[in-house]
Write a protein that binds this ligand. Structure first.
Ligand SMILES: NC(=O)c1ccc[n+]([C@@H]2O[C@H](COP(=O)([O-])OP(=O)(O)OC[C@H]3O[C@@H](n4cnc5c(N)ncnc54)[C@H](OP(=O)(O)O)[C@@H]3O)[C@@H](O)[C@H]2O)c1
Length: 302
């Protein structure tokens, strides 16, 4: 009760396995050695039995005594035994093979789990860098969105504009002059005819949408952006559907805010103030040419 408890040395499971394996190896090698000795003695005995004692001297195959074939076959079996012990280790038995396989699988599983854990740790950083890259690409994008928006974000009704502001049209013309203008099929159809001195890129899902010569038809916004890459400043000019999809691709927004609310069926998405800053703003009051007051505003990515 008061004496020190005697420490019993503990051999862990792995060590025990190693010892058992070493013992099996020794047994195998011993068995191989015994096989070798028996083979030598057996071969000598067979030779003596035939040549000295004259057993089966009249039995020959292909002109050779029978003992020759017996020794060759036995030698082959011995070599096979040797091969299995030192090369394939087959003689360690099925249980040993299974054990080795299980160990390998367990090792791979551990490695996979470690990788998974590392990946889970890295995932937010990867996602962050993807978002960062996306933002960076958009920030550096030469693509500009141009739009006129009411106070309630209205942009159109019955596939037409809601207002007529001559200075806004002039600004649109001067900014887009000589450039690619990317638009949805409906906006394109709202024009009486293509605008002069601009490359029209019309987006439609229709496969055989017919357009006048010089107008380019594409099947996606990505394709439209790709085609316009030769241009130093291509513009996305609407309408509602295309604006929504293009928001994350554009680097600049040229917005005309019309200071009134309008009845409409097409609207512009709210501009996320945390992503955009106003870098230029010019106010125009209403006058004889302009029924509504408005402001030209340039937004750039933060
Ligand atoms: N206030 C402004 O500054 C301004 C500027 C432009 C337009 N607008 C107004 O906006 C309105 C039109 O806008 P909206 O939204 O109705 O139409 P929209 O964006 O001009 O065009 C929509 C069409 O574009 C095609 N499309 C859209 N996304 C696509 C995609 N991912 N891949 C392939 N094709 C795609 C489809 O054509 P298909 O049906 O042929 O497949 C779709 O029907 C009009 O009222 C117009 O006056 C206002």
């Amino acid at each position: 009760m008061f004496g020190k408890k005697k420490q019993i040395p503990q051999i862990d499971k792995e060590q025990l396995e190693l010892i058992q394996n070493a013992q099996s190896r020794i047994k195998q090698k011993k068995r191989l050695y015994v096989h070798f000795v028996i083979f030598l003695i057996g071969a000598v005995f067979i030779i003596i039995a035939n040549t000295v004692l004259g057993i089966g001297t009249d039995i020959t195959f292909f002109g050779k005594e029978w003992f020759f074939f017996v020794i060759v076959i036995w030698l082959f079996l011995f070599v096979y035994h040797l091969f299995n012990v030192f090369i394939t280790h087959k003689f360690m038995g099925k249980a040993w093979e299974q054990q080795q396989l299980d160990k390998l699988v367990a090792l791979q599983k551990t490695k996979i789990n470690t990788l998974k854990t590392e990946l889970i740790k890295e995932a937010p950083h990867i996602a962050e860098s993807e978002v960062y890259n996306e933002k960076l690409n958009a920030k550096n994008s030469a693509l500009t969105l141009i739009v006129a928006v009411g106070e309630n974000d209205a942009i159109g009704k019955d596939n037409d504009l809601i207002w007529h502001l001559s200075d806004d049209l002039k600004r649109f013309k001067s900014l887009t002059n000589g450039h690619h203008i990317i638009m949805g099929r409906k906006t394109f159809e709202s024009f009486p005819k293509p605008l002069p001195n601009r490359t029209h890129v019309v987006i439609s899902r229709q496969v055989d949408y017919q357009v006048p010569d010089g107008v380019i038809v594409v099947n996606s916004l990505e394709e439209a952006i790709d085609i316009s890459k030769t241009d130093s400043q291509p513009f996305v000019i609407g309408g509602g559907e295309i604006y929504k999809q293009a928001m994350s691709h554009v680097g600049k927004i040229e917005l005309t805010r019309v200071h009134e609310s309008f009845d409409a069926d097409t609207f512009f998405s709210k501009i996320d103030e945390s992503l955009w800053k106003v870098t230029n703003k010019t106010f125009h009051d209403k006058d004889e040419k302009h029924a509504h007051a408005f402001s030209f505003m340039t937004y750039e990515r933060i």
